[in-house]
Ligand binder design. Structure first.
Ligand code: TXA
Ligand code: MG
Length: 305
């Protein structure tokens, strides 16, 4: 099931199979976005409700208007400036993409990933590729091929589905999602690209994430490991809490936020594998990449349903 053969993986996609592919953010579970049967397999393999919209990945920024002819000028400007990269842009859905891929919505999320393997795979497949994070619904996103196998191995079909191994993901947290179907555009999910960077490009105000959940990653409890996650504001608070908590471990990379993001999901998984009972995470400052890290940690710490 594990491979680094792009042509083999592209052929699997064209024949309705699923391919877990590395991107610069997290691994995605890819299928032909124009094939409703393949899309249905993404939902069943993830155990994800079919009304949760998927992101459609394209090989090149130049393909945006081909698949989303009604994309706004702001969406086009953002795509031209940020792609390939860790940004998803919500645009009106056209008949070129089936309703199933968008969970029935009349809008759709589009992204051009920067990972060379993802780019080569999508180009070789010759179709747009729908890909949610390659984990079971509600679980921690995968940042290595082994994480994907751990999570989805038993749900993928031998001889039909593949896991493309492209090493560990560089960014480590999911893309920034920007809804360009509203004015001003609104950030629905924090990621490596900040609200300030988005505002600079489109030259207007951008609303930060707020209001009722509009993206499934915004459910209160998402990205949840088995261990309990407790959030603290400083290394001193972490040490004090750890002193009185058996089976605890401290997670703190506040001195290097790129590393904090890159290693975050791996650390959540490692805590579970090591039987940690309480993971005490030190929150970074709320600026730049800190927003995305705070968002994911807060969801990992939220009460489970
Ligand atoms: O970095 C990423 O974005 C990764 C890699 C694989 O590209 N993908 C990813 O997909 O995180 P997923 O399905 O785990 O999260 C996609 C998020 C969901 O929260 C979904 O609700 C939101 O995007 N989304 C997709 N289409 C949308 C739409 N039309 N309107 C609002 N939210 C949408
Ligand atoms: Mg996800």
């Amino acid at each position: 099931m594990l491979t680094d053969d792009i042509e083999l993986a592209a052929a699997a996609l064209r024949s309705g199979g699923l391919v877990a592919m590395p991107t610069e953010t997290v691994y995605g579970l890819a299928a032909d976005a124009t094939d409703p049967a393949a899309i249905a397999r993404i939902f069943s393999t993830k155990g994800r409700p079919s009304d949760h919209p998927l992101i459609v990945h394209l090989a090149s920024p130049d393909d945006l208007l081909r698949w989303a002819p009604d994309a706004s000028p702001a969406a086009c400007a953002l795509g031209a400036a940020m792609w390939p990269g860790p940004v998803t842009i919500i645009v009106p859905r056209s008949d070129h993409l089936p309703a199933e891929v968008a969970g029935g919505r009349d809008t759709v999320g589009i992204r051009v990933p920067a990972h060379p393997m993802a780019q080569r795979l999508i180009a070789a497949a010759g179709v747009p590729v729908a890909a949610p994070s390659a984990n079971r619904f509600g679980a921690v996103s995968p940042t290595t091929a082994q994480h994907v196998l751990d999570d989805l191995g038993e749900h993928l079909v031998d001889g039909r589905d593949l896991v493309l191994d492209g090493g560990a993901c560089e960014v480590g947290v999911e893309s920034t999602i920007i809804d360009c179907t509203v004015d001003p555009p609104q950030v629905l999910r924090a990621g490596a690209i900040t609200t300030e960077q988005v505002a600079d490009i489109i030259g207007s105000d951008v609303e930060g994430a707020s209001g009722p959940a509009r993206a499934s990653g915004m459910l209160a409890s998402h990205y949840a490991p088995n261990c309990q996650v407790r959030l603290v504001d400083s290394p001193d608070d972490a040490a004090a809490l750890a002193a009185g908590t058996t089976g605890s471990r401290i997670l703190d990379h506040t001195d290097d936020l790129a590393r904090y993001a890159r290693d975050l999901y791996h650390e959540l998984r490692r805590a579970d594998a090591d039987g940690v009972r309480v993971l005490i995470a030190v929150l970074p400052a709320a600026s730049g990449l800190g927003h995305a890290i705070i968002d994911r940690l807060t969801k990992a710490a939220a009460p489970r349903p």
